[in-house]
Design a protein. Sequence first.
Length: 549
Amino acid sequence: MTDADAKPRYMAGWAMPVLVLVGYWCLGAWLQYRAGAYVSEFGYDESSHYVTGLLVRDWLLSLQLTEPLAFLERFHSSYPLVGIGHWGPFFYGIGGVWFILFGSERIAVVLLPLLINTSTAWLISRIALPHVGWPLAVAAGALFLLSPVVQLDTASLMLDGIVGLLCLIAALAWARFMSNARAGPALGFGLVASAALLVKGNAGCLALLPGLAVLIGRRWSLLRRWTFWLPVPVVAVLAGPWTALTYGDVAAGFRYAWGWDYTSVAVPAYLRILVDALGPAVLLLGVVGLVLACIRSGRSPHDAVPSSLAALGLSVLIFQVVAPAAIQDRYLIPAFPPLIFFAALTLRAAADRLAGSARRLDGAVTALLILLVLPAAFDAPQKRRYHVVTAAAQVWAHRLPDNPAVLIAAHDGAEEAVVAELAMNDPARPSLFAVRGTRLLGGGGYNTHDYLPRFETAAEVQAAIDDYSIPLVLLHRSAAPSPWRHVNLVEEARALAPERWIRLHAEDRDGERVELYQIRGNDAAKADVERLIALSAPRRLRPAAGPAS
């Protein structure tokens, strides 16, 4: 069947595309439910993305648009998880508007990653349709959603899904440019690439895409066109200043150093991740299809989609094994659509060789593609639950109007989850000081291995709590070992003066023990608001406050 034959059956109408999108939405929602997205707290980075989205939402609704830094300082001092600076502002703008339109409750929040990843799946199906026919194209989009990595991303408020969607759109814009060499598609690529970079630095892979696409497609003449270079000034103006200004903050979170030592570790690690994420059979088919596309792309200059998608896949892989931020499976999400597209293309070519152009094996090939990924799909991890939702609600039930502060002494990951839960329930944000134990009682750099406790004894910890007159302490411990020594010191402080620590709430589930205490004496004191603001203010805006004077 030719492209012209395929389009009238599927692309000319609206019913089938809408039906496919709804099907992807239902599949994604079921996968979210299975992962526990509707009941689990936000995880480590998720909490920061959520709180930053709340910041943008509340700033927009406050109409204090001329004083963003003052608003940010006060908000961050209450809920110290604002991620702007380490991450770009574009996604948070989307999140803030989303929260205004649909609410900031948990279910409304997780609908945003559902929309993002189902849109990517739908786009994969539309790209694949003219090449493989609609049954296999629909299966390719479903395969994307069924990948364990994408399942967890769909259940989480993370940045990698939207980076993947924007990278795919950018690749399509560049394919359009390679077909007509006009300024419009080149400008579109630059705008989308800028938006992606203003979400997360991983989108830097798009800098490699134009050159690789020209190399794969053997379109050397494009290099002489001024339109080929148009994205450079566009990205430089829109994303360059932000990237340069925040690089120091971003680099502070790198887990590795630049160089071969990182690359030699990253190559086999990311290969294992691809095998686990897509399954060995799909990965092999995708690699074979990508290689064949690189060989054959020059023969079909009018269809630049395979060249551009091959360039995207290679750009992501090259970037991730060179940029030493960390080794994370979700960083490879932008490479999944090209690999899945080429896997479907390889299967289609094999079926055509067996059955001829009649495509009598459509159903069998589609079923085979789904079966290849199902084993990995059902191994998808569940979101971790810290069981702090009820305790956070109890904080609000016992909040003191004259001293609205709570110290969070929690094991790694739960601290951020508690801050996000407290912010979610704040009826007049920001009206509470969520004091992070890692700020008052700990220190060090961005990464966990840089952590250092500020105090050596439980008596010193109690003195620091009293110095700030903090009336409530939320204590979380889990069965897993924690890198935070101050959590144990807080528990020891409670044991030193049990008459002062009045337990208000206790919960012990699935190895997670959560308790809320009121500190007698501090509950009668009035908060020193200026000191609390200084303690948790963004360190770029003012010097970090010490734990005690």
